[in-house]
Design a protein around this ligand. Structure first.
Ligand SMILES: *Cc1c(COP(=O)(O)O)cnc(C)c1O
Length: 367
């Protein structure tokens, strides 16, 4: 009882005491299915394409949005022994899932705390500057990687600083550089390869690494001893040479929450940007731009049901999207549809990159 019958101070009898047992959370109305075989097959294909080099795996940004906790053990079981993340927090999160395989942190140590953390968890920092080289040595040094800049002018030690005593004092496992235009037939590729080769002759290291996914397709002279695919592991096709060798990994599905009959003249969604020309059935699905299905898919995206195409009607909203059920009249509330999200096709249709299409998927998907 909220108000005791007497106006005196409430006693414990005046209140019902509820023990709250958290109920099981019901399954999400949208799902991101990760095809474990496709992911493992893609790693093996990229490892084969890497020739005598081994393929590592870029699992930064939560394995490009797919979930590093799910993806990393599958990659590890397929044979991957070198994992790359960007942030120290990502390295910590990855530790339980890779069973002793190596982690390299691409951003490197920004301060003494990062360096101490690297030592504590046994991850290799990727040293990107003289500042980082000195920080690492001041923390006691130990095995690390070195990223040299050969023309992308992003993160990486300028080649002019390779002779510095702090750099020469490093215990370098992997000497990395990163290609700016690997997915294009660009003169920058052989130029960067040449500069990376020069760097390899000027500083002691165990393994060399230059190629991302697209770089693997450039051939053996780009491979060194370790390649660093990311996108292609997750089903992205960065260049024509990988078409047919890489399988789609992500399948997105959403539940139909409501079905409605439209009449001629009915508008759908915000601002009625779709108007029915005649009687038709529409379904409302639990997927919206907050989940990464951006507004650019308004009147443009497609859902699939047994190969039948169900176009998006009108605007995508934050939490829902309306689709045309004309081609699948039997679909009812509670049924599921698949989102057309084949990466190269979705990229061409949306104007987004395959990288963005993966990494923007939100955390409301059941995974
Ligand atoms: C992200 C990243 C990769 C992976 O690149 P993909 O194009 O996704 O294969 C490799 N190396 C570095 C340094 C990266 O930042």
């Amino acid at each position: 009882m909220l108000f005791p019958p007497s106006f005196g101070a409430p006693t414990s009898d005046d209140y019902a005491i509820a023990v709250i047992i958290p109920p099981e959370i019901p399954p999400a109305a949208l799902r991101l299915e990760l095809d474990a075989h496709a992911l493992a097959n893609n790693w093996r294909a990229l490892d084969r394409l890497s020739g005598v080099a081994s393929a590592g795996a870029a699992v930064k940004a939560d394995a490009y949005g797919l979930g590093a906790a799910q993806a990393a053990p599958l990659l590890r079981d397929a044979g991957c022994r070198d994992f790359f993340v960007a942030h120290w927090s990502e390295a910590a999160a990855l530790l339980p899932y890779i069973d002793g395989a190596a982690i390299a942190v691409l951003h490197g140590p920004l301060n003494a705390g990062d360096a101490a953390f690297a030592k504590a968890i046994g991850a290799r920092p990727v040293i990107n500057s003289l500042h980082q080289a000195r920080l690492w040595l001041d923390a006691g040094g130990g095995r690390c990687d070195l990223m040299v800049d050969t023309g992308i002018n992003r993160l990486g030690l300028p080649l002019s600083e390779l002779g510095d005593e702090a750099v020469q004092a490093l215990d370098i496992d992997v000497l990395l550089s990163h290609l700016a235009s690997a997915e294009e037939d660009s003169p920058l590729n052989p130029r960067q390869r040449g500069l990376w080769g020069d760097a390899r002759r000027r500083v002691a290291h165990r393994r060399g690494s230059l190629a991302n996914s697209a770089g693997i397709a450039l051939g053996a002279t780009y491979h060194g001893e370790l390649t660093r695919p990311g996108l292609a592991l997750y089903g992205g096709i960065p260049c024509a040479a990988m078409d047919g060798k890489i399988q789609q990994v992500v399948v997105l599905k959403a539940a139909i929450m409501q079905v409605r009959d439209l009449s001629a003249g009915d508008g759908v969604g915000y601002n009625s940007t779709f108007i029915a020309e005649g009687p038709m059935r529409a379904g409302v699905i639990a997927l919206g731009y907050a989940d990464g299905y951006l507004r650019g898919w308004s009147s443009k995206g497609t859902m699939l049901s047994n190969g039948r195409r169900l176009p998006v009607l009108g605007r995508v909203s934050m939490d829902m999207t309306v689709i045309d059920l004309s081609a699948a009249p039997e679909l009812a509330e509670g049924d599921w549809v698949e989102v057309e999200y084949t990466l190269p096709i979705a990229a061409a249709a949306s104007g987004l990159s395959q990288y963005e299409l993966l990494t923007l998927l939100g955390d409301r998907f059941g995974r």
